[in-house]
Design a protein around this ligand. Structure first.
Ligand code: MG
Length: 338
């Protein structure tokens, strides 16, 4: 088995601004695993919030040696080996996991959702994300997002009310709010959520800093909107302890290390009667399509990373009026554009 990888700089249509950062270019790493004449593709989109950069991904992947494994069907052992190389590095690990899954699907001649017994008719609608911006740009982004029936708005700043007022002048669509840990005290979070309960909001993602779980539990007891854990929910072992403070979790391949663990997180969350959302970083159609194959199992999708870029190197899952449309091609069903 041959693992190779290369960096690609994804260019954003608009500067992507959330409460802690802003970016115009998102560097990612595309992986390929070749074996037996079949090529599987994967992707890593590192996030500094979780301690990864493009250089840590490249360093990690240089240390992955798959020569001791006979083929990608040894998935469980390969993933355990990759996970054991170092802690963290979830995006880099995900790039290996996704490529292995793509290879297996291609080898068996079936799309991943079919191998998992899922129906592509059950994919959810994806939201379309509007980052933090000036009123003029937010208004422009809302009109550009006309075909998407659900919007996700980034808040968690001093100008939350101004942003929401601008949004509500432009649209009456259902809105999901992501505060990205921006409300620093439980009193601020409570005040903002109580106000958002009147604004046609479906749920609130990560209202408070991840290190204040008890604050979040305090808020949850006092509000009516569901609270979804994102920065608090990284890997499988995080899920049970979030049950008291949140109503649901946001799973991202780039946080948990790939499809294998994401599937486990989905089932643990279901067992706890928690809502499940599938999210993403700024990613190409490789990683977005990988997550889309799991999406028939979840309540909410926020798989729009590839819709925010102008130079997607792959074609994969499509979106029509917000609905994620998977094809019938084997594996991920992604094809390089050149
Ligand atoms: Mg989030």
């Amino acid at each position: 088995m041959q693992l190779s990888f290369k960096r690609i700089d994804l260019k954003l249509r608009h500067t992507f601004r959330i409460t802690r950062s802003a970016e115009d270019v998102a560097p990612v790493v595309i992986t390929t695993i070749e074996h037996d004449g079949i090529t599987g593709h994967g992707e890593a989109s590192p996030s500094s919030r979780y301690g990864e950069t493009i250089d840590t991904v490249l360093d990690f992947l240089r240390g992955v040696d798959l020569r001791n494994f006979s083929d990608p069907f040894e998935l469980e052992d390969i993933i355990a080996y990759v996970d054991s190389l170092a802690s963290g590095n979830a995006a880099a690990k995900s790039a290996v996991d996704i490529a292995l899954h793509d290879w297996i699907g291609k080898k068996l001649g079936q799309p991943l959702y079919k191998l998992w017994g899922l129906s592509k008719s059950k994919t959810p609608l994806t939201s379309f994300t509007i980052g933090i911006d000036s009123p003029e740009i937010i208004t422009q982004k809302i009109s550009e997002a006309e075909e998407y029936p659900i919007l996700k708005i980034k808040l968690g700043t001093d100008s939350d009310k101004e942003i929401m007022n601008t949004v509500r002048k432009g649209t009456d669509k259902p809105i999901r709010v992501d505060a990205n840990e921006g409300w620093k005290t439980k009193e601020i979070a409570l005040e903002r959520i109580k106000w958002l309960e009147q604004e046609g909001v479906e749920f609130i993602e990560q209202p408070m800093p991840a290190n204040d779980l008890s604050g979040c539990a305090w808020v949850r007891e006092r509000v009516n909107l569901p609270l979804i854990a994102d920065e608090n929910c990284i890997r499988l072992h995080d899920v049970p302890k979030l049950h008291e403070a949140f109503d649901g979790i946001n799973i991202k391949l780039m946080k948990c290390g790939g499809l294998r663990e994401a599937m486990q997180m989905i089932h643990v969350a279901k067992s706890l009667d928690m809502k499940i959302m599938l999210g993403c970083m700024i990613e190409s159609s490789v990683a977005i399509t990988a997550a889309a194959h799991l999406s028939p199992l979840v309540d909410y999708a926020d798989l729009d990373g590839n819709l925010l870029i102008t130079n997607d190197p792959f074609a994969g899952v499509k979106v029509m009026e917000g609905k994620l449309l998977l094809g019938d091609a084997p594996g991920l069903g992604v094809t390089p554009k050149d």
